[in-house]
Design a protein around this ligand. Structure first.
Ligand code: BGC
Length: 763
């Protein structure tokens, strides 16, 4: 005890010797710095730390083009009617702003930070940004393939690498906090946000989410690390009618078995922020959901970070969900349910301060949130490094190493769906190729959450084709970028030209670029009541194919497209998703065989909207009575994807035939490349519980391995099945591993016919 007191005295003394406040001492423990700073803050400063604003340039641009009425449903653009950028700048100088979002240049970030540095306590701003697939929302950054592509690679090392590089590019722009990963389990193809998720499988989403969190944050103690934000908690990826933010009604069992695991794993991986979801969950809006924020997240999972609201969703407690009679009541509900930071706006400051002064919210509750936020600011080193160096910035962003990762990611994440011996293309046979379709020569391959980029930073598909096959003559028939307003004359022209080509390539899909917010057909707030090709694209495809010349369909989109006709009649189909800045090169390399495709679907592709909900891990009774006129099977199942080589699966071995509840099972399988090309195969392991006290899915992915195999090469792939992969919630919602028989299925996709099968018993 005596030693401790002496040590404390020395430490305290050393702080006063430096003449600095404890919170300014970089070598003091973060906890002490937080408490010291908190003790110096006024109530107004504390409330300000819990608030975000959109950036000044964003305000300027939108106040010039939007009306106050436009703000109501817009979740991407904002300004503050009645207030100018000067007001926001002044509040920043007064230390009343904790965070900004939608700041897109380093210059503006440094400027805003310089205002914060003028405030009484010099508390730095934390800048948040939607760096979903690279820091693509701000120009001049590497644009990696979007999350659904990444999931189709099944490459967790790549997920880590992309997150790490993104963190470096963000810090080079003075950005500290990415609103990613989106770890929602996507179970409805109508929903426009499918492309920013890792697909339909809880295990795959978990693996990708965890590596992404680790890649962004590492230990969150370095000036190259950024805070990650797992989102959106929870259920919005199974919206009741497919539209973003519509109600969700999901049982606690499904929440715990399907939707919670990626969030819980994200928390365990160290994610220090989390965003609530727009939607209500079983009658309670997520933003006022005490059970989610306090009981589950902080209670059960021991989350230590801070919770941020989604765009104007606290306001929506009043003006949409109507659980609060007025705005002040909405702030009250949300804070008391566990909210820490408000995205975003002007009323928070006054009303929350009043709520405390009126005694409705205890100041200790505010202190809790401010502690969490300040802790992150200290851990990120913002007090010591509030600015980023403009001279260094472009040495890091768009570096050749990062660009290469973007290209490699696209090569790994594009799925070959169909190939009737047409691919890879023979350049001597197909000398004259007609290329058409809305996505043939457009930046839309960058996908949602990307800014408009300089053309030199993007290789479109047409450019990729020309680059990869320089001696082929490409005849491009432009269909514009807009699927809603295609021109019949251009369609007719393509149909005419198709007849004289040796081969036709139709690049179809959806439109996702944010800078044309209202023209998109896919992406955030762009949900659909069908999943067919939009506009004249179907006609274009059918008529071009009617030329009798071989035709290839390339799809660029975020949500699955129900291309049933094409699957029957078109000899080759490639699902490119939104493959990022070098997506065009990767598509061309796959068509011409420079790259052997290896990706597998992270989401089932339904035939039509009527098949939704279409998931592979459904319950046994789902198709007890199949659909009458149409097949019940998906167009392409989860885990499916073709290669230019063939793989043989053999020798499935379960080392133990019986295990204890707490034991583990060793599984091995031999995979042989029986074709003539080297390739990467994604080996998948599924489990099914034979009989159980509550119903269990027909199969669930529990492990996978991405392996490289040279032509003729054979490898033994080993898996270990641990008890956590066999458990479920019993009738009383206790997590158990039930004794009995389990099936293990290993193979190249979730389709029964291609899986090797064996069983074991849990004692
Ligand atoms: C989205 C969030 C996003 C936020 C800020 C919201 O509309 O739902 O995912 O992080 O906007 O851009």
């Amino acid at each position: 005890m005596r030693n401790l007191i002496i040590t404390m005295a020395i430490i305290l003394n050393s702080y006063s010797v430096t003449g600095k406040e404890v919170y300014k001492n970089a070598s003091a423990p973060i906890k002490d710095r937080v408490e010291d700073l908190l003790s110096r803050m006024t109530l107004e400063e504390k409330v300000g730390q819990m608030n975000q604003y959109v950036g000044l340039e964003h305000i300027k641009a939108n106040s010039a083009t939007m009306t106050a009425a436009d703000l109501k449903n817009n979740t991407a653009n904002a300004f503050y009617p009645g207030f100018t950028v000067d007001s926001v700048a002044k509040w920043t100088e007064q230390g009343l702003v904790g965070s900004f979002l939608h700041v897109l240049t380093l210059k503006e970030a440094n400027y805003l930070q310089s205002l914060a540095m003028k405030s009484r306590l010099h508390i730095p701003i934390i800048f948040g940004i939607d760096a979903i697939h690279g820091n693509a929302n701000a120009p001049d950054n590497t644009v990696y393939p979007t999350n659904i592509n990444l999931a189709c690679t099944f490459d967790t090392l790549l997920a880590y690498k992309i997150a790490r590089q993104t963190a470096e590019e963000m810090r080079a722009m003075n950005m500290h906090w990415t609103f990613n990963p989106n770890v929602e389990v996507a179970r409805d193809a109508r929903w426009g946000r499918v492309g920013e998720t890792y697909g339909e499988d809880p295990y795959l989403v978990t693996c990708m989410g965890v590596e992404t969190v680790k890649g962004y944050q590492r230990n969150l103690d370095n000036t190259e690390d950024v805070l990650s934000c797992i989102k959106h908690f929870v259920g919005g990826s199974e919206p009741i009618n497919g539209t973003n933010g519509s109600p969700t009604d999901i049982s606690e069992r499904t929440l715990r078995e399907v939707f919670f695991p990626p969030f819980r794993a994200g928390v365990n991986a160290g994610a220090m922020s989390l965003m609530m979801a727009h939607n209500e969950l079983n009658g309670v809006p997520c933003h006022a959901n005490d059970w989610l924020m306090n009981d589950v997240l902080r209670g059960e999972w021991k989350f230590k970070g801070f919770v941020v609201s989604d765009w104007m969703d606290i306001e929506h407690l009043q003006d949409l969900h109507a659980t609060a009679e007025n705005l002040k009541g909405a702030y009250y509900q949300s804070i008391m349910a566990g909210m820490d930071m408000h995205m975003h706006g002007i009323h928070w400051q006054r009303m929350v301060t009043e709520l405390v002064k009126e005694g409705r919210i205890p100041e200790s509750r505010i202190d809790e949130s401010v502690r969490r936020i300040l802790t992150i600011k200290f851990r990120l080193g913002l007090f010591e490094h509030p600015f980023a160096d403009e001279a260094e910035s472009m040495k890091i962003r768009l570096s050749s190493e990062h660009r290469k990762t973007a290209l490699d990611g696209a090569r790994e994440g594009i799925v070959l769906l169909k190939n009737d011996n047409l691919l890879p293309l023979d350049t001597s046979k197909y000398k004259h190729v007609m290329v058409t379709g809305i996505n043939a020569d457009d930046e839309n391959i960058l996908g949602d959450w990307s800014a408009e980029e300089k053309p030199k930073n993007v290789t479109t598909i047409l450019e990729g084709l020309k680059q990869v096959a320089p001696n082929t003559e490409f005849d491009f028939v432009d269909q514009g970028w807009d699927p809603r307003h295609m021109n019949q004359k251009q369609v007719d022209l393509a149909v005419f030209r198709a007849r004289s080509a040796d081969l036709n390539i139709v690049v179809a899909g959806e439109y996702m670029m944010r800078f044309r917010w209202k023209d998109r057909t896919d992406g955030e707030d762009t949900d659909r009541s069908d999943i067919n090709l939009v506009g004249l694209q179907d006609e274009l495809l059918k008529q071009v194919a009617a030329s009798g010349k071989p035709t290839i369909l390339i799809l660029v989109n975020g949500r699955p497209q129900g291309v049933e006709w094409a699957a029957k009649h078109i000899p080759a189909i490639v699902e490119a998703w939104a493959p990022g800045m070098y997506g065009g090169q990767a598509v061309a390399e796959i068509l011409y065989g420079a790259v052997n495709p290896s990706a597998k679907l992270a989401i089932s592709i339904p035939r039509s909207v009527g098949q939704i909900q279409m998931i592979y891990n459904h319950k046994p009774s789902q198709y007890f009575h199949p659909y009458t006129l149409n097949p019940s099977a998906p167009l392409y199942p989860f885990g499916f994807g073709l290669s230019y080589t063939t793989y043989k699966y053999s020798d499935l071995k379960l080392v133990q035939k019986e295990i204890r509840k707490d034991g583990s099972l060793d599984v091995s399988v031999r995979v042989t490349n029986t074709g003539e090309r080297d390739g990467d195969e994604i080996v998948q392991l599924y489990i099914r519980d034979e009989y159980s006290s509550v119903t269990r899915p027909v199969k669930e992915l529990k492990d996978f391995a991405r392996i490289a195999l040279k032509s003729g090469e054979s490898k033994l792939v080993n898996f270990v099945v641990t008890p956590d992969k066999l458990g479920f919630y019993d009738k009383k919602m206790n997590w158990i591993v039930e004794p009995g028989k389990f099936f293990v299925m290993v193979g190249p996709s979730s389709e029964d016919a291609v899986l090797l099968k064996d069983s074991f018993v849990v004692k």
